[in-house]
Structure formats: structure tokens, C-alpha cells
Design a protein around this ligand. Structure first.
Ligand code: HEC
Ligand code: HEC
Ligand code: HEC
Ligand code: HEC
Ligand code: HEC
Length: 214
């Protein structure tokens, strides 16, 4: 994955800085007619994707030659022992904490102020619980690490699948309601390209390469 980023091939729209998956507009748009601009944009996107194929071919060749590209990340250590099961029992919905899951590509992580709604005062006697207020004192957010991540050249949208396709979080993430430990390894390995494609074919959704690859 680092390889795509090094080569500047991470062209996915959206991200924390661009809520709702807004696309950046290129300054040349103003100088060209709309159709010329669109044609140009299409060309450069195709070029980027061809470049990607080339890089992948090179990667395979390198692997054959005995270089090792490690694509499997090690388990991460999350800053706090967050327990989904315990918090589910508090009657909080997934989207109370993962606020953008129905209206943007990203589900997002909860802000500290969300935790402080209940943890402004001590709750229980778990050693990690007071750390919530330590972050508040230091005016820092809790640095959660995003574990589930597709390669940078793939575009994915939570809103499309959760809201419009009405999929349950469970279908992709397993049963989070029963989970007592933080997520430390990816839950989405089963979502390879064929799985995405099979369902798109079945539901009559576009399988155009550039729908998922930007
Ligand atoms: C609706 C109230 C509520 C919200 C919001 C909430 N918590 Fe909790 N939290 C609780 C309760 C209740 C407990 C259990 C206390 C006990 O042990 O009796 C708890 C326990 C914990 C514990 C101790 C671990 C454990 O298993 O007991 C941690 C750590 C924690 N919460 C972190 C967080 C974080 C981080 C957030 C924000 C993302 C958060 N909580 C949001 C109510 C809440
Ligand atoms: C169709 C499969 C699918 C479904 C359904 C799904 N997710 Fe995800 N989720 C993913 C994928 C794929 C990623 C990694 C996305 C990326 O690389 O940007 C991810 C990443 C995440 C992340 C971390 C990154 C982020 O987007 O902030 C959270 C949190 C998350 N999902 C929560 C949820 C919740 C909550 C639901 C249900 C309301 C849900 N997901 C439903 C596939 C899914
Ligand atoms: C009280 C807030 C809270 C609620 C409610 C909550 N989550 Fe989370 N969620 C978190 C926090 C904090 C993390 C990061 C720590 C962890 O992995 O447990 C997280 C992590 C995740 C991740 C892993 C994201 C990644 O890729 O790193 C998924 C998936 C997820 N939650 C899904 C769900 C689903 C599905 C529900 C509803 C059943 C739900 N969450 C309810 C706070 C919450
Ligand atoms: C179980 C079925 C299913 C799976 C699995 C699935 N999708 Fe989808 N996807 C859908 C449906 C249905 C829609 C159309 C939603 C709508 O009506 O907009 C969709 C829409 C999309 C869109 C269009 C969103 C937009 O805003 O234009 C993209 C991109 C996408 N999916 C990517 C993926 C990727 C990448 C994967 C695999 C990681 C994946 N999908 C897996 C069912 C699925
Ligand atoms: C529905 C979404 C979707 C569509 C449509 C799609 N892809 Fe993919 N593609 C993916 C996902 C997701 C991955 C990442 C798989 C992984 O990480 O395991 C991927 C990975 C790839 C890779 C990297 C090699 C690999 O297997 O990991 C290539 C090359 C590729 N796609 C080519 C294409 C081409 C060519 C088309 C058009 C025929 C296409 N894709 C259409 C979702 C899609």
C-alpha cells in the first residue's frame, strides 16, 4: 500500500478533509469548455489507472525475484480498552458514535466530547476509564487507529451500502455488538474485488472499473 502512496496514486475522493466525498475541482476547468474538461479528466483518470496496473505488474515481478512487499499489517494497539458490548448495553446506536456512516463515505470515529457525555464523572473501576478525563485535561482527542482500510486506489462509500443498499454493519464487520475488545486486525479481508463485483452484478449496480477505482 505504501507503494501506491509513494507514487502519488492514492486518488480516492473524500477523506476527513473533504466531508461528503466532495471532489476537488481542477483549476483548468475554468479555462476549458465543460466537455473538453470532462474528456481531459477522463483521460488522466484512465492514465492513472493504467499506471497502477503497471506498478502492480512490477510488484509481482519483484515478489517473484524475492523482494518481499509486506501487505499484511500487524495488529495495532488502540489507546484505550474500548468495549462495544458494554456500550451497546447503554442503548447507544452505532451511528451515535460513528456519526457520518449514513451520509458520507466514512463512518468516522467518535470525538472525545461524545465520551464525556457519560465519563465526565468516574464510571466503574477499569484502569483505562480515568484516561478519558486525562485526554480532556490535555485538550487532546483520543488517537484511535483506523484498522479496516482498503488499498488507496479503491473508492468505497458507507452511505451507499448502509443507507441505500440497506446492508447491516455485521455483513462486513462481524457482530460488533458482542465485541468486548477494541478492533486490532482488519475485518474486511473477505471483501476482495470478486465479492464486491458479485454483489454489484447481482443487484444490477455498475461494475465499471472506474466506479471503484479512482
Ligand atoms: C451513554 C453513556 C456512555 C458513553 C457515551 C460512553 N460510555 Fe464508556 N462506559 C459507560 C458505562 C456505564 C461504563 C461501565 C462502567 C462500569 O464498569 O460499571 C463504561 C465503561 C467504559 C470504560 C471502562 C472499560 C470497561 O469495560 O468497563 C472505558 C475505557 C470506556 N467506557 C470508554 C469510553 C469511550 C472511549 C467513550 C467514547 C467513545 C465512551 N466510553 C462513551 C457509559 C458510557
Ligand atoms: C459493504 C461493507 C460494509 C458495511 C455494510 C459497513 N462497512 Fe464499515 N467499512 C467497510 C470498509 C470496506 C471499510 C474500510 C474503508 C476504507 O478503506 O475507507 C470500513 C471502515 C469502517 C470504519 C473505519 C473507517 C471509517 O470509515 O471511519 C468504521 C468506524 C466503520 N467501517 C463502521 C461501520 C458501521 C458502524 C457500519 C454499519 C452502520 C458499517 N461500517 C458498515 C465496509 C463496510
Ligand atoms: C460509544 C461509542 C461507540 C458506539 C455506540 C459504537 N462504536 Fe464502534 N467504535 C468506537 C470506538 C471508540 C472505536 C475504536 C476502538 C475500537 O476499535 O473498539 C470503534 C471502532 C469500531 C470499528 C472498527 C473501525 C476500524 O476500522 O478501526 C467498527 C467496524 C465499529 N466500531 C463498528 C460499530 C458498530 C457496528 C456499532 C453498533 C453495533 C458501533 N461500532 C457502536 C465507538 C463506538
Ligand atoms: C452485498 C452487496 C454489496 C457488496 C458486497 C458491495 N457492494 Fe457496493 N454497492 C451495493 C449496492 C446495492 C450499491 C448501490 C447503492 C445505491 O443505490 O446507491 C452499491 C454502490 C457502490 C458504489 C457506488 C457509490 C457511489 O456513491 O457512487 C461503490 C463505489 C461501491 N458500491 C463499491 C464497493 C466496493 C469497493 C465493495 C467491496 C469492498 C462493495 N461495493 C461491496 C452493493 C454491494
Ligand atoms: C465493485 C468494486 C470494484 C470494481 C467495479 C472493480 N474493482 Fe478492482 N478492486 C476492487 C477492490 C475492493 C480491490 C482491492 C482488493 C483487495 O484489497 O483485496 C481491487 C483491486 C484491484 C486490483 C489490484 C490487484 C488486486 O487483486 O488486489 C486491480 C489490478 C484491479 N482491481 C483492477 C480492476 C479492473 C481492471 C476493473 C474493471 C474490469 C476493476 N478492478 C473493477 C474493487 C473493484
Amino acid at each position: 500500500m505504501g507503494l501506491y502512496h509513494m507514487l502519488g496514486l492514492s486518488t480516492r475522493a473524500g477523506g476527513p478533509g473533504l466531508p461528503g466525498g466532495a471532489r476537488r475541482h481542477s483549476p483548468v476547468a475554468g479555462e476549458l469548455g465543460q466537455y473538453e474538461y470532462l474528456a481531459l479528466r477522463k483521460k488522466t483518470t484512465k492514465l492513472k489507472f493504467r499506471l497502477l496496473l503497471l506498478v502492480l505488474a512490477a510488484g509481482t515481478a519483484a515478489a517473484v525475484l524475492g523482494f518481499s512487499f509486506s501487505f499484511r499489517p500487524a495488529p495495532v494497539v488502540q489507546p484505550l480498552a474500548f468495549d462495544h458490548k458494554r456500550h451497546g448495553a447503554e442503548d447507544i446506536a452505532c451511528k451515535d458514535c460513528h456519526k457520518r456512516v449514513e451520509d458520507s463515505p466514512y463512518a468516522t470515529f467518535p470525538k472525545l466530547k461524545q465520551c464525556l457525555l457519560c465519563h465526565l464523572e468516574a464510571k466503574g473501576n477499569h484502569p483505562d476509564e480515568p484516561k478519558i478525563r486525562d485526554y480532556a485535561k490535555e485538550k487532546k482527542e483520543i488517537p484511535w487507529i483506523q484498522v479496516n482500510r482498503l488499498p488507496g486506489h479503491v473508492y468505497f462509500s458507507h452511505a451507499a451500502h448502509v443507507k441505500y443498499a440497506r446492508m447491516d454493519c455485521k455483513e462486513c464487520h462481524g457482530d460488533m455488538k458482542e465485541r468486548t475488545e477494541p478492533v486490532t486486525v482488519s475485518q474486511i479481508q473477505h471483501l476482495d474485488m470478486n465479492t464486491c463485483m458479485d454483489c454489484h452484478k447481482e443487484k444490477g449496480v455498475s461494475t465499471d472499473c472506474l466506479r471503484c477505482h479512482k
